[in-house]
Design a protein around this ligand. Structure first.
Ligand code: ZN
Length: 124
């Protein structure tokens, strides 16, 4: 299926192809606990994911080992997706709350054990 997504204010838009989404996941790492988003269950391959066209609309938050880019809209602050590796070459996880036609609260949710991922010194 083709999914379209946007941040709250609509400045940031992205889309991706995926089998029908019936599940989502949440993570218990210190970042995900704070943002509270329901994420796509797996990484969406970069070939199937079209990120927002204008990087200047996006903020990016890097932490811990800095391999995951956490993108958010600079206007409304909404977290939109995570890119794994340089420019998302290893895939993306979407904030399912941004995706048209998906009710993240109606999905079957699994929990990722992010809390057990080792932290680089200085992060909590
Ligand atoms: Zn926005």
């Amino acid at each position: 299926m083709e999914y379209k997504a946007r941040c709250h204010c609509g400045r940031v838009r992205f889309s991706f192809r995926s089998p029908e989404i019936k599940t989502g996941c949440r993570c218990d790492c210190s970042l995900c606990l704070r943002r509270g988003a329901v994420l796509s269950s797996g990484y969406i391959p970069a070939a199937d994911f079209t990120p927002h066209h204008d990087m200047s609309d996006l903020g990016v938050y890097l932490w811990n080992e800095k391999v995951l880019s956490n993108y958010f809209c600079k206007i409304c602050g909404i977290f939109t997706y995570i890119g794994d590796g340089e420019n998302g070459k290893d895939g993306y996880r979407a904030n399912l709350g941004c995706v048209e036609g998906i009710d993240p609260l109606a999905l079957e949710i699994s929990i990722i054990d992010g809390k057990s991922v080792p932290l680089v010194e200085g992060w909590v």
